[in-house]
Design a protein around this ligand. Structure first.
Ligand code: ATP
Ligand code: MG
Length: 585
């Protein structure tokens, strides 16, 4: 076994190795972007199992998104092989779901309970009219919450939020249950700990006592979910929360950035400096390529001009769009030494910004794909498919057979029944069903579990990191990813930091609190640090916002960056009709 362990740690740098091989007890890994957090976390789990006789069954790794969980599991499989199956890798919501399934009776549910969809929530608020019910749901006052909980319980349902609140309630009321879970999961790992919210924190505290084997990893400067209730303070007080008089929490910092070129990293560090939550933060470039280009900056005249800048720069990077054949495959000669579309991402603050960029790229023949954080269940038609699948559960047969049956039933009803199925073709249904099935079929688990996975946030956008397409995504959705080339468009005051419609306020304050603005700066930092080799920032002088065309100033965050790191990009060369004629001759 020794050889396996040594080989594992060989792939880490000295600090990563310290973190991965730290003994038990509370461990906080404070690490900036690109310092190998995800790599270190997977190696730590693998090392503990391979070297320290920790049983994979005792390990619980928690992430925020299903996709992150899948990625973690995949990377772990690469290190640990088939025993990875025994490690619990779960999102917070899925963890809540499994705790409730195992103890359904204790909270007034049957083990077959289901997660309420929007229609169920509205129905549960009977006798309110649909409009009143929607308003009550949106406001979600405590009285509504209690009435709703009762009505849902009577229908053998829970809301998505309750997966965690009910789990916490259950464990708080049952010390014996707490002991059982603590015994089962003696080693807990949480990625992106800076984004933990109070309920998730309560659950962790119940599952892991102070002094326990909790490994939390994250970067306070990438905390970008406070609008969802996340509190970075949990990260900052980890050592206080989890140390005991006998056991001090260990803190390891990772400071070597393997992702970005030196100029990109320097610009990012300067951008976050004014509000960094990591005093004395260090982020040293592992890459010291002297020829690395500076950060490109393009002040656009208009949104159309900005989109045009993206198109012509993509054209330069891929070695000329005209070299590409009709089916958008790279002509092999043109690809030599050039970027491919899959290397390129366009990031923006709000989804509304994507349309002009998508249009311009598509018109130029550039294939694009969007990555979003949509829940699969929120997609048109998918709720109906899920309903049919639920119905098919009662019919028996293999999972695959039931899925097929449900697919056929839904497809057969297109345009007749549920309004949310109208417009779905049978092919759409199959795509959805296929996207929904692999994890369930792989685990051979039952359909209920898979429907649960759907309700707890299975995401679908068909995004494929390997596809030969330019990726478009919001700053929030870019978290944790990396691309050789990043465009961050719309670097404008009012968009970044974002000014909400109707907000007033002194100039510079954006009508938002200092905390909000600091979070927007962190979002800017997240964006800059996604780039490996090339980073282009752009802003437009005008933009259509809140119903009218407005003058826009560059984001104040730009002024934190040393102008020496920025290279102003010129406007498009004017087209000379004469040149064209010459070329024709
Ligand atoms: P983020 O905060 O953005 O989520 P992260 O800290 O999770 O970043 P990773 O995605 O794990 O960073 O790693 C960033 C890049 O650095 C990856 O391409 C990874 O393979 C590479 N990397 C990490 N550690 C090393 C190492 N020791 N040697 C070489 N490359 C490394
Ligand atoms: Mg990461």
């Amino acid at each position: 076994m020794e050889e396996v362990g040594t080989g594992l740690l060989d792939r880490l740098d000295a600090l990563q190795r310290v973190a991965a091989s730290a003994p038990g007890g509370p461990l906080l890994i404070v690490a900036g972007p690109g310092t190998g957090k995800t790599r270190t976390l997977t190696h730590r789990i693998a090392y503990l199992c391979a070297e320290l006789d920790v049983y994979p069954e005792e390990c619980l790794a928690i992430t925020f998104t299903r996709r992150a969980a899948e990625e973690l599991r995949e990377r772990l499989e690469g290190l640990l092989g088939p025993v990875t199956e025994a490690v619990t890798v779960s999102t917070f919501h899925a963890l809540g779901l499994s705790i409730l399934r195992e103890n359904a009776a204790a909270v007034g549910l049957t083990p077959k309970f289901r997660i309420a969809e929007e229609a169920d929530l509205l129905a549960a608020l009977d006798p309110l009219s649909e409009r009143e019910a929607r308003r009550a749901l949106a406001a979600m006052e405590p009285s509504t919450r209690e009435a709703l909980a009762k009505a849902l319980r009577a229908r053998d349902m829970v809301s998505l939020d309750e997966l965690l609140t009910l789990s916490v309630q259950l464990l708080t009321e049952s010390p014996a249950l707490v002991d059982r879970y603590r015994d089962r999961w003696q080693w807990i790992f949480v990625d992106e700990y800076q984004d933990v919210d109070p309920v998730q924190y309560d659950l962790l505290r119940l599952l892991c006592p102070p002094g326990g084997n909790l490994c939390a990893i994250g970067d306070p400067d990438q905390a970008i979910y406070s609008f969802r209730g996340a509190e970075v303070s949990f990260f900052l007080r980890f050592a206080v929360d989890f140390s005991t008089p006998d056991i001090d929490a260990r803190v390891v910092r990772l400071t070597r950035n393997y992702r970005s070129s030196a100029p990109i990293l320097a610009a990012a560090v300067q951008a976050i400096a004014p509000t960094t939550l990591v005093p004395g933060r260090r982020l040293d470039p592992a890459r010291l390529d002297l020829e690395a280009p500076m950060v490109g900056l393009y002040p656009a005249m208009s949104v159309a001009d900005e989109a045009d800048f993206v198109v012509r720069t993509v054209d330069e990077l891929v070695g000329g769009l005209s070299h590409r054949s009709h089916d958008n495959r790279v002509d092999s000669r043109a690809a030599i030494g050039a970027m491919s579309f899959s290397d390129i991402a366009v990031l923006y603050r709000t989804d509304a910004q994507s349309a002009p960029i998508v249009d311009a790229l598509s018109r130029a023949g550039v294939p694009v794909q969007k990555r979003s954080h949509d829940r699969l269940l929120d997609r048109p038609g998918v709720a109906a498919i899920a309903r049919e699948l639920r119905f098919a559960t009662g019919l028996g047969g293999s999972i695959a057979a039931r899925v097929r049956l449900a697919g056929q039933v839904v497809a057969g009803r297109c345009g007749q029944l549920d309004s949310d199925v109208i417009g779905l073709t049978e092919a759409d249904v199959w795509t959805a069903v296929e996207l929904m099935t692999p994890p369930a079929l792989r685990a051979g688990s039952d359909l209920d579990e898979f429907l649960g996975a759907l309700a707890t946030g299975a995401e679908v956008d068909g995004w494929d990191p390997r596809a030969d397409r330019v990726t478009l995504l919001t700053l929030h959705a870019s978290k944790g990813l990396e691309f050789p080339v990043v465009f961050l468009v719309g670097c404008e005051d009012g968009l970044l930091p974002l000014r909400m419609p109707g907000s007033q306020g002194r100039p510079g304050s954006q009508g938002r609190s200092e905390d909000d603005i600091a979070e927007e700066r962190r979002l800017f930092f997240v964006g800059l640090t996604r780039a490996q080799d090339r980073l282009f920032l752009s802003h437009s002088r005008t933009r259509f916002r809140h119903g009218s065309e407005r003058d826009m100033a560059p984001t104040p965050f730009l002024s934190s960056i040393d102008p020496g790191l920025l290279e102003r990009r010129g406007p498009a060369a004017p087209r000379k009709p004469k040149d064209r004629q010459l070329r024709l001759i």
